[in-house]
Design a protein around this ligand. Structure first.
Ligand code: SAM
Length: 204
């Protein structure tokens, strides 16, 4: 990984540690009310898997749904440097997109990433594709709707990775709905017990 990217990623760590402690002290309804304050990142283990997959598959056209403050986007952008690829990342909250853009610029990878602000359900129909790699990580009740919009835009052999399949428990029902839906489509798919649980699916 590029040193400048690694440095910016490491700057997220103290905030993440503080937020993890805070989240453990609040209940589910407070968590829902305050969720836009938090990074809610995929974490280093999942990020490393994505980074490795993108480089191995030489994925160039990368889509992220759910930028948040840009932790995962930094990892995707660094992987895209290796493949001479580009990342399109979708985020609802303008202030998060702005923070992520600043991080990407400090890491020297802003030219690899196009962050589009808006509701992904409205943005996705406007994107041309084809996509070689997709990270699905927005609010979990939207996973199935997003998958259905993305599916026709996947290149043969494209990977779709969905986070939060096993954690937090409160999103298990949405995760189960996603797992059922992806098994109805033309994918080879497996649930991996990494980070918060990721479903890794390859378009046949
Ligand atoms: C779990 S966080 C993403 C974390 C990020 N991928 C990371 O690892 O750093 C989910 C994000 O999805 C965004 N989001 C939720 N609903 C959305 C929608 N309809 N369209 C676009 N973004 C959405 C939220 O604002 C939030 O920032």
């Amino acid at each position: 990984m590029d040193e400048a990217v690694r440095k910016v990623i490491s700057e997220y760590e103290p905030r993440l540690a503080a937020e993890t402690a805070l989240m453990q002290s609040i209940d589910a309804s407070q968590m829902r009310a305050r969720r836009d304050e938090f990074l809610l990142p995929i974490g280093p283990d999942t990020a490393q898997v994505l980074h490795t997959l993108i480089k191995s598959a030489k994925s160039r056209s990368i889509l992220e749904v759910g930028t948040s403050y840009g932790y995962s986007t930094l990892w995707l952008a660094d992987a895209a440097r290796h493949t001479d690829g580009r990342v399109v990342s979708l985020e609802l909250a303008p202030h998060k997109a702005q923070f992520a853009r600043a991080s990407l610029a400090r890491a020297g990878v802003a030219d690899r990433v196009d962050i589009q602000v808006g509701n992904a359900l409205e943005t996705l129909p406007r994107l041309a594709g084809p996509f070689d790699f997709v990270l699905l990580d927005l609010w979990k009740d939207l996973y199935v709707a997003c998958l259905d919009l993305i599916y026709p835009k996947l290149a043969p052999g494209a990977f779709v990775v969905a986070d939060n399949m096993t954690y937090p428990e409160v999103v298990r029902a949405d995760a189960a709905r996603y797992q059922r839906r992806i098994r109805q489509l033309e994918f080879d798919t497996v649930l991996l017990p990494i980070g918060s649980g990721i479903e890794v699916s390859r378009r046949r």
